[in-house]
Design a protein around this ligand. Structure first.
Ligand code: SF4
Length: 123
């Protein structure tokens, strides 16, 4: 299987003449990371806080447990399977992702440079 290394090379030496420049986030840009974390961190804090509040009020902690388990299973395992393993960030060296969205997540799966399958898209 032939691997298109265009985006992988661009992560080392950015090609200013790339047709996808400004359309594709192919490098770890601190501005993008700050924007992503600035949106998602407060969102997750609010959701977890609300679920803790619900747990304290009702005495039922199932919502918090289910959300927490789902959160870590999805972002730590499942999403890397159906989405990330097709991404140029996944092809970088190392055992952990170095991308703006899932920085530090273990790379459990083998890199697959082919497009997403129908099942991947459905998931
Ligand atoms: S979260 Fe996954 S698909 Fe998105 S940039 Fe990171 S590695 Fe790529």
């Amino acid at each position: 299987m032939e691997i298109n290394n265009t985006c992988l090379n661009c992560q080392k030496v950015h090609n200013e003449n790339c047709d996808l420049d400004q359309q594709l986030i192919c490098r770890n840009d601190p501005k993008v990371t700050r924007k992503f974390v600035g949106f998602h961190l407060p969102l997750r804090i609010v959701i977890f806080s609300m679920l803790i509040f619900v747990g304290k009020i009702t005495g039922s902690w199932w919502f918090l447990v289910a959300y927490g388990v789902g959160f870590f299973l999805n972002f730590g395992l499942v999403e890397t399977r159906y989405l990330c393993r097709h991404c140029p960030f996944y092809a970088q060296e190392g055992k952990f992702l170095n991308c703006p969205a899932l920085y530090g997540t273990p790379k459990w799966w083998k890199y697959d440079p082919t497009p997403l399958t129908k099942v991947d898209k459905i998931l």
